[in-house]
Design a protein around this ligand. Sequence first.
Ligand code: ZN
Length: 248
Amino acid sequence: MTILINFHGNLRQLLPPRFRRIPSVNYRLQRQASIKDIVESLRIPHTEVGRLLVGGRDVSFSSLVGKQDIIDVFPHGRFFDVFHPTSLRPAALVDLKFLVDINVGKLASLLRMLGFDTKYQPLLDDPELASIASRERRILLSRDRNLLKRKIVEFGHLVREIKPLNQAIEIVELFALRDKIRPFSRCLRCNGRLREVAKDKISSLEPLTRKYYNDFKRCTVCGQIYWPGSHRQKMERVLAEIIGERNE
Ligand SMILES: [Zn+2]
């Protein structure tokens, strides 16, 4: 039995090379399979799919495919709206939280720099990553297609860019985060929230830092102190690249 699958938009670039230049894939079905299994056997993790139609009707990932079905597979629309329930993801997210895989590890501090809740524990293996993403309802960011194909991963993204800065821009654009950026609100080391702290409450400052700076923030979790010194200037340059303008 052969079914016809149309891959739309940028999904085609994820297909095996021999399918990238043709409009539709003729897929030989050996046994009854869900649409998720079929799409993923063509190397596209379900996290990349924004809409699935069979014969023009919206279906879910678990739908079974029958004879002579025509399937349309779409990427996320203008952006991936994780807060809006869809046929594919009926339980929308309430908060925006990320989980970063080690193969895109540098994204963690960049996303934290932008103020986004980003968990990063480099020693976790794939089953643990998938399970945390599912349990804590975090968006799993990775370059590992097999990790993202795991069924319990509801929200995720196959990161396409190679350079960390470009990856951060990719995430900001995909999830439409530009208006949600809150620079210098989260600890780069541990993801804890930062609070302003009076200078005289900090005992560990170098004399010159104490003399020249007045605005300090402290991580509410690990206690790390942040101030507008050289570290922050470097961060501002990075931010300017990501959001296209200088902050503050
Ligand atoms: Zn911290």
